[in-house]
Design a protein around this ligand. Structure first.
Ligand SMILES: [Zn+2]
Length: 393
């Protein structure tokens, strides 16, 4: 990042045309300094240029330069604006929003070319952060600064070592429940949309399982080795009712410097659009807290729950599915293990509690037509939590 050749405005991006795909989209490869750093698909759409961007190998300045080239391309084709399709990377969306693109969480972002070029300063004040978050949160949700009590504050100092500064937030969802509390890295550019997605998902899950996870707090921190290196995306601790997320989901610099692929290691199953990996990680970690709550308050129901899930895989209980990884296990246990691994995820097959967390995440992050495992999970879930619904569609 300190390389002067990578300074903004000095990167010359060349868009090389590669092919046209089966949807009629032009596939372009973005090159700068003899390096192909991104692929783009473009197609005119009602007078605007609709774009899809795959930019996993790009630096932030390259992303900014690419956005400039796409705007120049739209201008040269006499189009009136750009639509950035949902599903582009968080960092490209960050760069686009900073350049005046607008749109809802997880949705298309758009900008008219005639609009004046806005120079949005990176968030420097907590007021600005609150304002930007509020604009992205569901109606009725209000976000404010928290004054953490002493214990929470000192635990934060320990847990967030390695994160520059921290701002404590409370979010009320419009009901009279306790607010959601979270601690967000601050002092460098905040990945506002990433934080907003975590809050949005957390509020939705809290509302459906009320009051089981109302007291769960969210940290972005590096208290675990894996959170520091990026090999772990999230963690849940039962004793303290906390969820820990990788700082990369809240900080532009952390997202830019941690290889994105490592953030997929845990949990690895890919969320389906419009859900993002952040939705999937937050849902996974919240499930751990829901299950801790179920086990401590309704142990018998939690045993029944695992038996029902085992039944789906053709064995007596979920533990047998996991034990099917061993070569000496009965054949139908081994078959159950293979199915869990293939139908849900490899990570699901590591422990019963990861199996249920992955199933919950798969169920939560399916927009329509859930896979059979997620549909079955939803049915069993409603036996234990009557009337519980999935995410807002
Ligand atoms: Zn887990």
């Amino acid at each position: 990042m300190s390389n002067p050749e990578h300074g903004d405005g000095e990167i010359r991006v060349e868009l090389r045309r590669q092919s046209v795909d089966t949807h009629g989209r032009r596939i372009l490869h973005a090159w700068a300094a003899e390096r192909n750093f991104a692929q783009v698909a473009v197609v005119p759409d009602e007078g605007r240029l609709r774009v899809w961007v795959a930019d996993g190998a790009a630096t932030l300045p390259e992303r900014r330069a690419l956005l400039g080239s796409l705007m120049a391309l739209a201008t040269s084709e006499q189009l009136t604006g750009i639509v950035l399709s949902a599903g582009s990377s968080m960092l490209f969306r960050y760069v686009a929003r900073a350049a005046g693109f607008a749109g809802p969480l997880r949705g298309d972002l758009h900008r008219d070319l005639g609009d004046p070029v806005l120079l949005v300063a990176p968030d420097v004040s907590s007021d600005q952060l609150l304002q930007e978050l509020s604009a992205l949160l569901p109606k009725g949700a209000t976000v404010g600064l928290d004054r953490p009590p002493g214990l929470w504050r000192s635990w934060m100092r320990t847990a967030s070592s390695g994160v520059m500064g921290t701002v404590h937030l409370t979010v009320h969802d419009g009901s009279d429940a306790e607010p959601l509390r979270l601690a967000v890295p601050f002092g460098e550019a905040v990945l506002v949309e990433g934080v907003a997605i975590s809050i949005d998902t957390a509020l939705a899950i809290r509302g459906r399982f009320r009051p089981l996870v109302d007291d769960v707090r969210i940290f972005y921190d590096q208290s675990l080795q894996g959170l520091r290196t990026g090999s772990v995306a999230g963690a849940a601790y039962s004793a303290v009712r906390d969820i820990h997320l990788s700082p990369a989901y809240a900080s532009v610099v952390a997202m830019d410097t941690q290889p994105g692929r490592h953030l997929g290691w845990q949990p690895p199953h890919v969320a389906l659009a419009p859900f993002t990996r952040i939705d999937s990680v937050v849902a996974h970690e919240y499930w751990h807290q829901i299950e801790f709550g179920l086990e401590s308050s309704r142990y018998g129901d939690s045993v029944e729950f695992r038996r029902a899930l085992g039944g789906y895989f053709g064995v007596e209980t979920l533990e047998h599915v996991i034990k099917g990884s061993s070569k000496g296990a009965p054949a139908h246990w081994q078959e159950a293990y293979r199915r869990l691994h293939d139908e849900v995820s490899a990570y699901a097959a590591t422990a019963p509690k990861e199996a249920t967390a992955e199933l919950f995440s798969q169920w939560w992050c399916t927009a329509s037509d859930p896979p059979p495992s997620a549909r079955f999970f939803g049915e069993v879930l409603r036996r234990v939590f009557p009337g519980v619904e999935g995410p807002p569609r």
